[in-house]
Design a protein around this ligand. Structure first.
Ligand SMILES: *Cc1c(COP(=O)(O)O)cnc(C)c1O
Length: 399
């Protein structure tokens, strides 16, 4: 009898009960807007900002309506103008080049290595083309941040970190999002905390924070924030910074605050699942796992492996066979973007030269989500199914 997996790859856990109770309180109050506060009250959004800044160790934090909004706001706060070039990863998801395009700037794509991180040699070659790098820690893989920071500071390139997949991660003990001038996070349903939509921007820089706060739509009510610089900093930016509304509301903040207190435990739970799948796939002929460096504290909310140099038909065959047994894999190398699996050459508003070394890798990238609703036994079963189907197709190819 062939084993079949019956779980759902897009099923999240419920919102914690204390979050639901806090959300009900906000709804009963009728005061959902972040600035609708009693005198002296900080409210759910302001409290969440303080707590998130404390969690990542930043001076300031701004809660916003989405991760993509945080990225675009970061670029605006750094004064990126229409026509400017912004360096970014060739291997990332559509909201990253999208945020660059949303301010009229032009993405310049940097390649990807077999470890699924940004190619630092390629970055060193292209660093002179721009003064901003939007670094996407795509699928939670963190590059050698020490070398990256060195390349960028030598070239005078400011770093914005896209931490949509690295909330709770760190490199050499420094939280993801704290190497760059600005760190951006998402609390969209498929990320590490779930408010449906939502995000954060963090920084230690007074002026960047004042500008980001004004940009988010503060109506000059910035003194009602929990983690912002003093009013004197706002004096210098408040008449010259446009309002591009993208605030978070108390309802979302109410359901996020209890999730933040549980985040580290959730990350451990993801890693336990990741390690079971990784162990189950180890030494499968033809399948390459991604090495995780010791400096990296990763969050295994998804797992990638490479079927490097496999022909299209064989990869499609693996995907079809796994799907027939309930295991839903995504392929970044398919000819057309499917769901979220787009590539740098799918974003035709941002023309790019071909990158053959990166194309070879992207062609072989297989991706799988690991929601916390999966048990460790589920994860072992998933690994057995992938292992047997990859093995079967591998043998057919050899024959
Ligand atoms: C989800 C995601 C974002 C943006 O998050 P939204 O909250 O959906 O706007 C940015 N970068 C990556 C890599 C993502 O996966």
């Amino acid at each position: 009898m062939q084993e079949i997996f019956k779980g759902n790859f897009t099923q999240q856990e419920p919102i914690p009960e204390d979050g639901i109770a806090a959300a009900l309180d906000v709804m009963r109050s009728g005061r959902l807007h972040r600035y609708n506060l009693s005198p002296g009250e900080l409210g759910e959004v302001g409290l969440l900002e303080r707590e998130f800044a404390a969690y990542v160790g930043s001076k300031y934090a701004l809660a916003v309506c989405s991760g993509g909004y945080a990225l675009a706001t970061a670029l605006r706060a750094l004064d990126v103008k229409p026509g400017d070039k912004v360096l970014t990863n060739a291997f990332t998801l559509a909201p990253v080049p999208g945020s660059i395009a949303s301010v009229g700037a032009v993405p310049v794509f940097v390649g990807v290595t077999e470890d699924l991180v940004i190619d630092l040699d390629d970055l060193a070659e292209k660093a002179h083309l721009s003064n901003v790098l939007m670094l996407s820690h795509m699928r939670g893989h963190i590059c050698d941040m020490d070398r990256l920071v060195e390349i960028c500071s030598e070239a005078g390139v400011k770093i914005v970190e896209d931490c949509a997949h690295t909330m709770g991660s760190a490199w050499r003990g420094v939280p993801s999002g704290r190497y760059g001038a600005i760190g951006c996070y998402s609390t969209q349903t498929y990320k590490h905390m779930n408010s449906g939509e939502g995000g954060f921007l963090v920084t230690d820089d007074d002026e960047i924070m004042a500008r980001a706060t004004m940009l988010s739509g503060s109506y000059m009510l910035y003194e009602r924030h929990g983690a912002v610089p003093g009013p004197e900093v706002f004096e210098s930016v408040k008449y010259t910074t446009p309002n591009v509304s993208g605030r978070m509301d108390h309802l979302r903040a109410a359901i996020l605050r209890p999730q933040l207190t549980k985040l580290d435990a959730q990350c451990d739970a993801w890693n336990a699942r990741y390690q079971v799948v990784e162990d189950g796939l180890r030494d499968t002929p033809g399948l390459r796992l991604v090495d995780r460096p010791n400096e990296e504290r990763y969050v295994g909310s998804s797992l990638q492996f490479l079927l490097l140099d496999w022909p299209d038909v064989a990869i499609s065959d693996v995907l079809g066979r796994c799907l027939a047994r309930g295991v839903e894999l995504k392929w970044f190398g398919g000819a057309e973007p499917v769901g979220f699996t787009s590539r740098y050459d799918s974003w035709r508003y941002a023309p790019s030269a071909r990158m053959p070394a990166s194309d070879r890798i992207l062609h072989g990238v297989i991706d799988m989500r690991l929601p916390l609703t999966f048990s460790l036994e589920d994860c072992a079963l998933i690994a057995r199914i992938i292992r047997s189907e990859v093995g079967a197709v591998w043998q057919e190819q050899a024959a």
